[in-house]
Design a protein around this ligand. Structure first.
Ligand code: C2E
Ligand code: MG
Ligand code: MG
Ligand code: MG
Length: 291
């Protein structure tokens, strides 16, 4: 009987794994069509400078409204898409949308940058910087209003390829940020060598700061390290006033998180912006949010 139960377990496991693989396979085969069918959306989450909460930009975060599976998180489908050549189409879809937004904001007198997440494949592609330059020109957006976010591990996967791509982007004037910092194993030694302008503290540390002294220490050290390397330090995952106040005390430069806003669809982000710029806020570069 034990053997039969074991067998059942294996069969259930195999069925479950089969479903996981089937779903992944479907996501890969359906992604291209999903782009064309308008199922892929870009949401925006504001980034504000501390301590005065001046709006400095927004991170573009992709969403897939799948007809069968509903709203899919990028954590599920981006890795699947990344395993194929389609990630290039994803990056440029998000990039072009985001640059169109930046141009719209500029036309309304708002100087806000957009941050786009890159995949390891983009960093290995030597044609990438030129195509980014083309997209900037097409959208008529200055490079300093575009930030690319990349993880340390995506750079370190193949530094001989990725570092020249990063240097070229930086020479063009695009801002580069290390995302999810603190989760890699080689963090401190490599950060100094990366051609980046900004470091984003991984949200796990920021979320844990209120209850875990270790997380608090990690956040504080990253802020200090970042500043000693002349980097702008961003905290993601800022969910409450306590975290925000701590970050202000630590002199962290920029905050992003549910406290300020969740990522919002284009329409809702525009409404969010409108509600705040309505409050008699002056010239664009003086936009101060009252949150
Ligand atoms: P990320 O780049 O580190 O983005 C930050 C994630 O933290 C987002 O999850 C955001 O919704 C979430 N977040 C922001 N503030 C808070 C907060 O206060 N509390 C909590 N608990 N979470 C917060 P999201 O949108 O699910 O994206 C997950 C990841 O998917 C991103 O992590 C990024 O690595 C990847 N991703 C998203 N869009 C793209 C894209 O267009 N291209 C690529 N290659 N990757 C993307
Ligand atoms: Mg990011
Ligand atoms: Mg992150
Ligand atoms: Mg992440």
């Amino acid at each position: 009987r034990a053997a039969r139960n074991g067998d059942d377990g294996v069969r259930r496991y195999a069925t479950a794994m089969g479903q996981v693989f089937l779903r992944r396979f479907q996501l890969v085969t359906q992604f291209r069509q999903a782009l064309d069918a308008g199922q892929i959306e870009v949401h925006y989450q504001p980034k504000v400078a501390l301590p005065h909460r001046k709006l400095v930009g927004a991170e573009a975060l992709v969403r897939w409204s799948h007809p069968e599976y509903g709203r899919l998180s990028p954590d599920e489908f981006v890795p699947v898409v990344e395993a194929t050549g389609l990630v290039d189409a994803l990056t440029f879809f998000v990039l072009e949308r985001a640059l169109t937004k930046v141009r719209e904001w500029m036309d309304r007198g708002l100087r806000m940058s957009a941050a786009v997440n890159l995949s390891v494949r983009n960093l290995a592609d030597e044609s990438f910087p030129d195509r980014v330059a083309e997209a900037l020109q097409q959208a008529n957006v200055p490079p300093e209003l575009l930030t690319f976010e990349l993880t340390e591990s995506s750079v370190m996967a193949d530094p001989d390829r990725s570092l020249p791509v990063l240097r070229r982007l930086r020479t063009m004037g695009v801002v580069l940020a290390v995302d999810d910092f603190g989760t890699g194993y080689s963090s401190l030694a490599y950060l100094r060598q990366l051609p980046v302008d900004e470091v984003k503290i991984d949200k796990s540390f920021v979320l844990g700061m209120g209850t875990d002294l270790g997380d608090m220490a990690v956040v504080r050290s990253i802020v200090e390290l970042g500043h000693s390397l002349d980097l702008v330090v961003v905290a993601e995952g800022v969910e409450d006033d306590a975290a925000r106040d701590q970050l202000v005390t630590m002199r962290c430069d920029i905050a992003q998180g549910y406290l300020i806003s969740r990522p919002l669809s284009e329409d809702r982000f525009e409404a969010w912006l409108h509600a705040r710029t309505e409050r008699g806020v002056g010239p664009a570069d003086e936009t101060i949010l009252t949150l």
